[in-house]
Design a protein. Structure first.
Length: 318
């Protein structure tokens, strides 16, 4: 998901909109999304405006009329709202978030029923810019990057301790508040011990390459996939370790760790090439370089296994 000041999700482009309209025309879920308009009430929440869109959700700013606070309200996009598997995954996202209580993970407030059917996920509204937006301005100074990286690592380590694997860590899913506090967002592709029994751990991050490409999901995610994830193999917490290494490399260098003109180019680079370490700033501490090398081992057996260790090593290197 790309840019939004509060959610890390961007307005859809013409291709995305056309793809969703084609699917929505055949889907009863169309009425669900059309019911979300400014001024609508959903339980105790009043819809204020639509603030973001991405492959895994439509996001609205809402107002909690009982507690007098703004919230983020997330529903499934039209493309997936009639898909039972996606609906079940949406509900599991809520359950996984409810199991997490961490200062660097966006908090869930609950699930509410939509007037036309379906459910909405009500979450903490995180003000600020996402990391992808920050990176549009170029590389991040080492000291600042390490502060952000340690918070990201801490959040994912807490999720891993609960058996939850994010599987979609990327700059657009990292929100930065004005005070520098990081919040990791969007556990829509995450798996937990319960979901692994439903074979979700074996499913690739995208289930329909054509549809997901049209929805803008694959292009935004491929560059951060671990080699085993790109091959559709079973993943564990080490897939998040790889993605963390990619994000840290990008923060320091201002460039994606692996890039290409097409998804195939990106995937090919991930499974066969080493990062171009020369793109890191010359002043990058040796300890930080060591962490990156350990995170970006293509063979997961050789990869750093614990992001708590990464956070500790980065703190020592700061």
């Amino acid at each position: 998901m790309r840019g939004s000041s509060a959610t890390g999700i961007a307005p859809k482009n013409a291709t995305e909109a056309q793809a969703e309209e084609q699917v929505a025309a055949r889907s009863p879920a169309r009425c669900i999304l059309r019911a979300m308009n400014p001024g609508d009430s959903i339980g105790a929440y009043r819809v204020i405006e639509k603030i973001g869109h991405g492959g895994m959700g439509e996001v609205y700013r809402g107002r909690d009329t009982k507690l007098a606070r703004d919230v983020a309200i997330k529903i499934l996009p039209t493309l997936f709202a009639a898909d039972p598997e996606r609906v079940a995954r949406f509900e599991r996202e809520a359950q996984m978030l409810a199991a997490l209580n961490h200062p660097h993970i966006a908090q869930i407030f609950g699930l509410v029923d939509l007037p036309a059917g379906g459910q909405a996920l009500v979450m903490e509204l995180v003000q600020g810019e996402n990391l992808a937006e920050r990176l549009h301005r170029g590389a991040i100074p080492i000291d600042e990057a390490l502060v952000l990286a340690r918070q990201i690592a801490s959040a994912l380590d807490a999720a891993h301790e609960q058996g939850i694997i994010h599987r979609d860590l990327k700059p657009a899913n990292v929100q930065i508040r004005a005070d520098g506090t990081v919040k990791v967002l969007d556990f829509g592709l995450a798996v937990s011990p319960a979901t692994r029994t439903a074979n979700l751990a074996n499913s690739p991050t995208f289930t329909s390459p054509v549809a997901m490409t049209q929805a803008g999901v694959v292009l935004g995610t491929a560059a951060y996939m671990a080699p085993e994830q790109a091959r559709g193999k079973t993943v564990d917490r080490r897939a998040d370790v790889w993605a963390f290494g990619c994000v840290l490399f990008e923060m320091l260098s201002g460039t994606k760790t692996f890039d290409g003109e097409s998804i195939a180019d990106v995937m090919g680079a991930i499974v066969s090439r080493d990062p171009d370490w020369a793109r890191l700033p010359p002043e990058t501490p040796d300890g930080v370089r060591d962490v990156l090398v350990m995170c970006l081992q293509r063979d997961p057996a050789n990869r750093l296994k614990d992001l708590g260790d990464a956070a500790m090593l980065l703190a020592i290197s700061a």
